[in-house]
Design a protein around this ligand. Structure first.
Ligand SMILES: NC(=O)c1ccc[n+]([C@@H]2O[C@H](COP(=O)([O-])OP(=O)(O)OC[C@H]3O[C@@H](n4cnc5c(N)ncnc54)[C@H](OP(=O)(O)O)[C@@H]3O)[C@@H](O)[C@H]2O)c1
Length: 254
């Protein structure tokens, strides 16, 4: 038995990194994946790849800051299958990397809109569908940045991602009795486009690796494996949790 057999899953940020690897893994585990991101060619290539392996996949191209993008993904799920089992709200941006006093209103709002508000509106829509079916599972992707460790130049990113942890806990408390679980991943430094952008030279890359207990960055497949656990029935008693998949960066001192 596959771990997500016949589950209908929306994955945001599926055009690269953690989202892409999750889409491949979830589809391999039997899910019908509905992949969402802005880059159409990337989603098309992913869809072809998943279908070539005999699995089921749809693509929804759009900016998640516009709530109509998530609405299209949900409409697709509901029209084809009559339900949405799992939503992995994973898309995110680093935003402007600069000291707090230099972040413009526009930069702050862009990061908060993408990383927090878009996820809030997405979850509202997903909850409306999940409430009708009386089950469902929502997973967000937060970060260690600003949670256990302050990192310079990342105020907007840290604040937006900390907001997801609060959102996770409130959704878990509100909807648990109605059969809906909600959890949040805390990845460590991960070797993706974002991970490489955050550390733009070899020295910084080595430094970030050294901050982890495991003395390396994660591969996105390793984060996808944790996401699989968090959305599968194997974690059926887990809700309101922050799941650390951070190579120990949150606990290392010195
Ligand atoms: N890499 C790390 O070290 C690390 C550590 C902790 C947490 N995280 C979190 O993990 C998640 C995935 O990041 P990643 O490392 O896999 O980075 P990534 O490869 O840059 O992926 C980010 C994804 O988000 C999508 N996205 C961004 N803004 C969007 C928007 N407005 N509308 C639709 N899609 C949007 C991107 O797709 P398009 O550009 O095609 O739209 C892309 O698929 C993020 O939430 C990130 O904050 C990453």
């Amino acid at each position: 038995m596959k771990r997500l057999e016949n589950k209908i899953v929306i994955i945001t940020g599926a055009s690269s990194g953690i989202g892409r690897e999750s889409a491949l893994l979830f589809a391999h585990e039997g899910a019908v994946v509905i992949n969402v991101a802005r880059r159409a060619e990337r989603l098309q290539e992913l869809e072809q790849h998943i279908k070539a392996n005999g699995n089921h996949c749809f693509s929804v191209v759009g900016d998640l800051c516009d709530p109509s993008t998530m609405q299209r993904a949900l409409d697709l799920a509901l029209q084809h299958f009559g339900r949405i089992d799992i939503a992995f709200n994973n898309a995110g941006i680093l935003g402007a990397l600069k000291p707090t006093h230099q972040i413009s209103q526009n930069e702050w709002e862009n990061t908060l809109d993408t990383n927090l508000s878009a996820n809030f509106y997405a979850a509202q829509m997903q909850l409306n569908a999940m409430l009708k079916q009386k089950n469902g599972c929502i997973l967000f992707t937060s970060t260690f940045v600003g949670h256990r460790i302050g990192f310079p130049n990342m105020a907007a990113y840290a604040a937006s991602k900390a907001g997801l942890i609060g959102l996770t806990q409130v959704i878990a408390a509100e909807y648990g009795r109605l059969g809906i679980r909600c959890n949040c991943l805390i990845p460590g430094g991960t070797d993706t486009e974002m991970g490489r952008a955050a550390v733009d030279n070899e020295q910084a890359y080595q430094h970030i690796q050294s901050l982890h207990a495991l003395k390396r960055m994660a591969q996105p497949q390793e984060i996808a494996q944790a996401a699989l656990f968090a959305v599968s029935d194997e974690s059926s008693f887990m809700t309101g949790s922050t799941l650390y998949v951070d190579g120990g960066i949150s606990v290392v001192r010195g």
